[in-house]
Design a protein. Sequence first.
Length: 359
Amino acid sequence: MTAPSRLVDTNRALRMSGFICQTLNDRGIRCTLEDLRWALPLLRQDQYDQIEAAVQDMAKGHDQQSLMELTAALRRLSSPSLRAQLGAAGIALRLDVLFEMATMATTRDALSQALAGLSSMQEAARLSAADKLRAWCGGVPVDDELPALPHEDAGTPTSAAPAPDGTPPPLRTSVRAPANDDGPADDACSPALPAEAVIRRKAKVFGKSGALTLEIAPVREQEHHASTARCTVMVEGALATGDGHFDWSPGKKVVFMCTQRELPQLLAVLMGWTSELEFKFHGANNKKSLHIAHQEHGLLVHVRDATKNVRVPVEDADRYALAMLVLAAMAHNEPHLDSSAIMAVARAMAVVPGWRRAG
């Protein structure tokens, strides 16, 4: 197997999902838009590029076997029944891993046998298949507690060569949970993303002197036990290096983890319901802070720690992506409410009650 590359451009994948769905169905590969919108963001960028190129060729009338096999693998791996089987067996939904195995001649048969084994009537066969898949994809707690995936900056696990008999090697996945408030105790890397594709989401904003990444991340361990919240929003700030790039390396960027309680305030300022917010005393040494204030043509975001200051202006046109990311995290924490209800409550909380103003 090849070493994983960066995660897919989620926005592009979602924009293209309708075209991909229509083309596949036109060519007899039955799939639903909902399944593709779940599956495509879980692929690596190089894998998504393969899919998009294959679908473009199919739309032009090409029907090579390689194209059909590639898209058929995507259809099979994105099926709701397979997702349910993997979840029930405590297997991480690593579509990037499964897709790579499904498209490699040395591992395709072994994967097919393991997936078929999950549906076996014999318990021993099901357990054996689940053990193999957990070794390749990693496991998740059976109580549905969100696991963590490695952050793309920290690198994702590579794999050794397949065994002579074609059996895929195990993929070793680190699932270190963030310590303290804002990630690992030494801030060497960012906290990892949740395993659920629907909340694997990030947005970037670039300025002249700095850049920001907002990303959905799992809540820290102590906060998870104190509430039913599963995820929150992490803000990363990186300074410009002077050559048109930004330094996202561990120790050079500022990593700020919002608490679940701060999400309504973050949504409120992004939506324009409030003019300013400031979160202080974060991090192991209480030296991290996040300040966001409206200005004439957008926002000014200021994230800092004990040694670094990153200021990035955010244009009004970019606020949509940031607000939708925060809303997605809040919606995941409230699975029984729709987004309109969540926004209504958040907006009501952002407005000072009349009786309080009068007092």
